[in-house]
Write a protein that binds this ligand. Structure first.
Ligand SMILES: *Cc1c(COP(=O)(O)O)cnc(C)c1O
Length: 367
């Protein structure tokens, strides 16, 4: 039988081995020159003045909110169609979560924001889901009109852009370097900003509030990344353009091959937005020959892994519904998405013929 095509795949090689061995031999394992190099290079990729490396993407979100020094009972508007960390980070930072529904492209719908905005709203927190930038033009206009901050959950969207402007440069950008993301250090995160004061605050928060040893200027924590992690990430940056090109090519093969299948909607890319295809996600509607879960089971039998990101809007989980800091504003589009979405392999380890095989098997099951 043909080799199983997995939903995610980590490509690490000789360059990463050399880089990690260099750190091991240096004896400097904690935050040091490799972390600094990763920060400089990621700031360049994101076209911002500062990138601050932290221990993971959840911490990136918490630190970004803490660095903005928001008032006591602030609210944050975000998408309910996301990974749980978007929500738990707001709760950890002392905010209250409000949900606005998503649009057809799976990201926060600017038209749904005003309905849940109160005078306490201090932050708009769009999620660039699956690697597609949210509609930052319209969302930025809303934020500006009301004088509220923009924090971007760009955990899945390294290098994605709108009209050439990268995500993470529209507000405070929060990235994850978890094992399955487009760029990985196993665990890791980065916060990006153009504001010098926010970057300085992030660096203090990350290191126990210390600028100089044992002078604790503010309440801080240990949010640091290690040089061992940064050493794994740096060589991936050298070939990241190539990685994204390969993901785009796979997505194009899938979309071309799967067009016109009854009941199946392939993901669109709105004009001006460049997608980095962290996930390639179709919607399996009522008109399809098989339901979403039956399609996924059929693909598994044929050696193709698929996943549901995400099976429920986050307010579908009991703790979210009952937590005083989460307002379970209903989002009917997100609920429909959760019933219909299925992500197919799109990673850079797939060849043209692998992508073609996915097309053939999906078509075989649905037509
Ligand atoms: C992965 C992810 C996070 C959290 O990142 P970690 O590094 O796993 O803590 C947050 N938001 C989204 C949308 C993610 O996909």
């Amino acid at each position: 039988m043909a080799q199983t095509l997995s939903i995610s795949h980590v490509q690490l090689g000789a360059a990463e081995e050399r880089s990690v061995v260099e750190v091991l031999r240096s004896g400097q394992l904690a935050q040091g020159p490799k972390v600094e190099e990763l920060e400089h290079r990621f700031a360049k990729l994101t076209q911002v003045a500062h990138a601050v490396a932290v221990s993971n993407g959840t911490v990136a979100l918490i630190a970004a909110l803490q660095a903005l020094r928001l008032d006591g009972d602030f609210e944050v508007i975000t998408s309910p169609f996301t990974f749980i960390a978007t929500v738990s980070a707001v709760v950890a930072a002392g905010g209250t979560v409000r949900f606005a529904d998503v649009a057809d492209d799976f990201t926060l719908d600017p038209g749904c924001v005003e309905a849940v905005r109160t005078p306490r709203c201090a932050v708009l927190l769009p999620v660039h889901l699956y690697g597609l930038p949210a509609d930052m033009g319209a969302l930025g206009t809303i934020a500006q009109r009301h004088g509220i901050h923009v924090v971007e959950d760009a955990a899945q969207a390294h290098g994605a852009a709108i009209d050439g402007r990268p995500v993470g440069s529209f507000g405070t950008g929060c990235f994850s370097l978890y094992a399955t993301k487009n760029l990985t250090t196993g665990e890791g995160g980065l916060v990006t900003t153009d504001r010098d004061d926010v970057a300085e605050r992030l660096r203090l928060l990350r290191n126990h509030g210390m600028r100089n040893r044992y002078e604790y200027e503010v309440l801080g924590y240990n949010y640091r990344m290690t040089d061992l992690q940064a050493a794994v990430g740096l060589p991936q940056l050298d070939r990241y353009d190539e990685t994204v090109r390969r993901r785009r090519r796979n997505a194009a093969i899938l979309s071309e091959g799967l067009a016109g299948v009854d009941g199946l909607a392939v993901p669109g890319v709105p004009h001006g937005r460049s997608h980095v295809w962290h996930q390639y996600t179709v919607r399996v509607g009522d008109g399809a020959r098989l339901g979403r879960d039956a399609l996924s089971a059929g693909l598994r039998e044929r050696g193709i892994e698929s996943r549901v990101y995400y099976p429920k809007p986050v307010y579908g989980y009991a703790w979210c519904r009952h937590h005083p800091a989460v307002r379970a504003d209903r989002a009917p589009v997100a609920e429909a998405m959760a019933r219909e979405v299925l992500s197919l392999p799109v990673h850079a380890g797939l060849s043209d013929s692998d992508a073609g095989r996915i097309v053939d098997e999906v078509r075989g099951l649905l037509t």
